[in-house]
Design a protein around this ligand. Sequence first.
Ligand code: G3H
Length: 255
Amino acid sequence: QVLKEGSDLDFMEQQLMERLPVKQVKVVPGDEDASPQEVKSLLGKEAANLLIASYHGDSVVTVTGGSTMAAVADYLQPVDDVKPLFVPARGGLGDLHEYQANSICVKMASQTDGEYRLLYVPDSIGEELHAKMQEEPTIVEVLQLMKQADIVIHGIGDAETMAKRRKTAAETMNKINEHQAVGESFGYYFDKNGKTVHRVNSIGLAMDDLKERSRIITVAGGRSKCEAISAYLKWGESDVLVIDEVIARHLLKEY
Ligand code: G3H
């Protein structure tokens, strides 16, 4: 792997900030698919520093699941006079335990001497139960905090990888494939035009809630996520983009 000169990455960051609807871009060298541990650590470290720089006083931070968010948690540190509260963006989504938003909140709180809340909701529940659970006081409290959060930090997945990782039922898998979903974030699967094609029926942050957040930090790397990131920028909102070089080059070609 050839490490790029800082100035080369700086130039890409400048170009992307001018072309994309985001406020800040951080590019780390390499391709996460080619050097998973090395590049994921770089992404985690940069994103953790940007998250720490975003805190003020008693910030509420909403967090999604995934291995990238787990890497961010690794690099968080306590900050004087700041006691962040971490809230999961969704209930369980069928991810491995260590990649679930709940587990990542616990880890982030322990790294920062902060606090956390958990969302105990089964993966895929029927509509009636879904509606009832949204009235549960403990769930109402977490949903309110999640919606009040001043910072949201999240990962993005390639749709097929995420659907397989979550052992998605064949019927839903067909729907995701037929509608050509390329990306996934917050439990939503979307196509290359940014259109939602499927939403996992779990309780959590809805797409519309994203519009009002003051700072959304998006973190992703690897050639296999290029299409997913382009689609996310059409589907959702982002203020700060932390990506690797392979994704930066892809976005520069597209925008
Ligand atoms: O929703 C997106 C995924 O949680 C991303 O997972 O960071 O392990 O690729 P990952």
